[in-house]
Design a protein around this ligand. Structure first.
Ligand SMILES: [Zn+2]
Length: 201
């Protein structure tokens, strides 16, 4: 295999050292391996207000599944949920999901088709600008944003506006498939009551 054909370091792209007959290493150096690990930890970081609650499932595509046996999970059946730790360790499905259950005061504002090439479209940028600093993640599709925070939303709302905005606000009886942390959003939850009120007015 020529140098040009060999895969580079997964982090910096540098040409990898020849490793004799063993498998090709993923990183060029210990420094890149450590940095990649830190970056993954950063992307996977979640608010403690969410990880301390037993509201976790796995996601398989868009569907929620149980972390213990991959059977369908239900956003209204707590017996199909588990702890964050158990869900994180599970290898079923493709990732994590969180169930909003009203009483815990956590809400999620779902912005559909909010990103193009990772950048927010104008209506989404406007909502982000009005939003207090709070945990935000990119949906598994890579095109949606989930803004998480504190508030009370007992009845879900869907809002479609003429500017193309497609917004859903949920607080209970709903499962959200988690993606990756959005840019440098904090891993804390802000009070979203005002934003929710302005969106659903
Ligand atoms: Zn490297």
């Amino acid at each position: 295999m020529s140098v040009a054909e060999r895969p580079g370091c997964r982090r910096c792209g540098a040409v990898l050292p020849v490793a004799g007959r063993g498998p090709v290493p993923a990183y060029c150096s210990g420094a890149c391996r450590t940095a990649a690990y830190r970056e993954r930890r950063r992307r996977e970081a979640l608010p403690v207000e969410m990880t301390r609650l037993r509201r976790w499932v796995r996601r398989e595509g868009k569907r929620p599944v149980r972390s213990d046996n991959a059977a369908p999970a239900s956003s209204t059946n707590p017996f199909t949920w588990t702890t964050h730790e158990a869900a994180r360790r599970s290898r079923h499905g493709d990732g994590l999901g969180y169930v909003l259950d009203g009483g815990d005061g956590i809400v999620c504002i779902d912005l559909d088709h909010a990103l193009i090439d990772g950048r927010p479209v104008p209506w989404a940028a406007d909502i982000l600008a009005r939003c207090p600093a709070t945990f935000t993640e990119v949906s598994p599709s890579g095109t949606g944003l989930h803004i998480w925070g504190r508030g009370r939303v007992l009845r879900g709302r869907r809002i479609r506006r003429e500017d193309g905005a497609h917004i859903e606000v949920y607080g209970r009886g709903r499962y959200i498939a988690l993606g990756e942390r959005y840019e440098d959003s904090p891993t804390t939850l802000a009070d979203l009551s005002e934003l929710v009120a302005s969106l659903t007015a």
